[in-house]
Write a protein that binds this ligand. Structure first.
Ligand code: ZN
Length: 415
């Protein structure tokens, strides 16, 4: 194929203001069934058209040397992915000494590591992440001081926990007798989301042990009012029935993790259109790191199973699920963990289109990026990835994308 000036397409031509891409299949991010033979127009970094030419039109286009386009006839094109729960300042490695050491890292050490993790995300077509906080506030500082134009980052800064409760590595407690609401009001950090820890973490000794809510419904309602007055969304870390119920009743935007939350909470979330970010891959990664035959490993795999059952029920009830990985936690590596999470969604009964909706348009809506990312349709950013093979090869094929485009420019290609 030759472009309008008679040159063969070459690397970098995709930076042209206007070009077209052809793919054997398209998944648009809405959950609609995959379609065959998609021709996508790109102009000025945005999608200008999406067409599905007939075989006759297609062979005419192929013969027309005046058109420039890049062709991926054996690949599937889909919107860039979004990971709705990461901790950029933390490594997902399982070396316990390293994990302890990194908590003492200053910003000078964290900054270059954050950069590397974002590069890894981008190479897999992850175009946006939401950072769930770190006690040093390094991810937020990184965004303010360095920025990283290729991957959009939404930050929670430092999270909030109750005095004496779980969450020291990602948050702080209100001080000097202040309430949570007063603390949020007084905090001038320019965060996008307020992160509130409202339970402990899952016990590996006792399957399903529930911890008490860190804050009650009234405290949360007052805190959420302050957060919303400042234009912020609210993400609530909660496992177990009561901790989730308090967050949902007070009207959060998303429940993070939500292990053991139960059917009633899922119904409430469906009614109120509250997002759920299940982070099921954390249990898979944790289980894999524990000694075979140990009680802890059995408990981790039971927790994974019970989370998959909840995900399946959430799908039936119409809960908006957005995919997030908790990358940076034990064994959960930045980038590839999202492919693992998507495999678990399909294992829970989501079709491949529904699975990808969780990682595209639903994620974009939760992050407030729905007018830019998450769908392939005219007017959206031309930010997408090209996965090798037909839709049946997804989500596994996402671990080795054929090409990634950011605002119309091919930023990596493995051809
Ligand atoms: Zn987290």
């Amino acid at each position: 194929m030759v472009d309008g000036e008679g040159r063969r397409p070459r690397s970098g031509d995709s930076a042209r203001r206007s070009h077209r891409l052809f793919a054997g299949w398209l998944i648009d991010g809405t959950g609609a069934p995959a379609k065959k033979n998609a021709l996508i127009g790109v102009e000025g970094g945005l999608i200008s058209s999406v067409e599905f030419p007939s075989p006759e039109e297609l062979s005419r286009l192929e013969r027309d040397d005046s058109l420039f386009y890049e062709s991926y006839p054996s690949c599937t094109i889909l919107p860039g992915l979004i990971d709705c729960h990461v901790h950029l300042s933390m490594s997902g490695k399982i070396d316990r000494n390293l994990r302890v050491r990194q908590l003492g890292n200053g910003f000078e050490q964290s900054g270059p590591l954050i950069w590397k993790r974002l590069e890894r995300c981008l190479s897999l077509g992850i175009m946006a992440v939401r950072d769930g906080g770190d006690v040093g506030g390094h991810a937020l500082r990184f965004v303010r001081e360095n920025g990283y134009g290729q991957v959009r980052i939404k930050c929670a800064g430092k999270g909030w926990r109750a005095p004496g409760r779980y969450g020291k590595i990602i948050g702080r407690a209100p001080v000097n007798g202040s309430t949570l609401a007063e603390s949020i009001q007084a905090d001038c950090a320019p965060v996008d989301h307020v992160k509130i820890l409202n339970s402990g973490i899952n016990s590996l000794e006792e399957f399903g042990r529930e911890t008490a809510p860190q804050f009650d419904r009234e405290e949360l309602e007052a805190a959420f009012r302050e957060a919303r007055n400042r234009g912020r969304k609210i993400m609530v870390h909660a496992n177990g029935r009561r901790p989730v119920e308090c967050g949902v009743a007070a009207g959060c935007d998303s429940i993070e993790h939500g292990f053991f939350m139960g059917e009633e909470n899922l119904k409430r979330m469906a009614d109120r259109q509250i997002f759920w970010v299940p982070t099921a891959c954390t249990m898979k990664a944790l289980g894999a790191s524990l000694p075979a035959g140990s009680t802890q490993r059995t408990t981790a795999s039971r927790m994974l199973e019970s989370q998959l059952e909840q995900m399946s029920r959430a799908r039936e009830l119409g809960v908006s699920v957005a995919s997030g990985t908790d990358a940076g936690s034990f064994g959960v590596r930045h980038g590839l963990a999202l492919v693992e999470e998507l495999k678990l969604l399909t294992a829970a009964g989501f079709s491949i289109e529904e699975t990808l909706r969780c990682a595209t348009s639903s994620g974009a809506a939760l992050l407030g990026l729905e007018s830019e990312l998450g769908r392939i349709r005219p007017g959206m950013e031309a930010s997408f990835l090209v996965a090798p093979g037909p839709p049946a090869h997804l989500p596994g094929s996402l671990s080795n994308p054929h090409a990634v485009y950011r605002r119309g420019v091919k930023i990596s290609g493995l051809q």
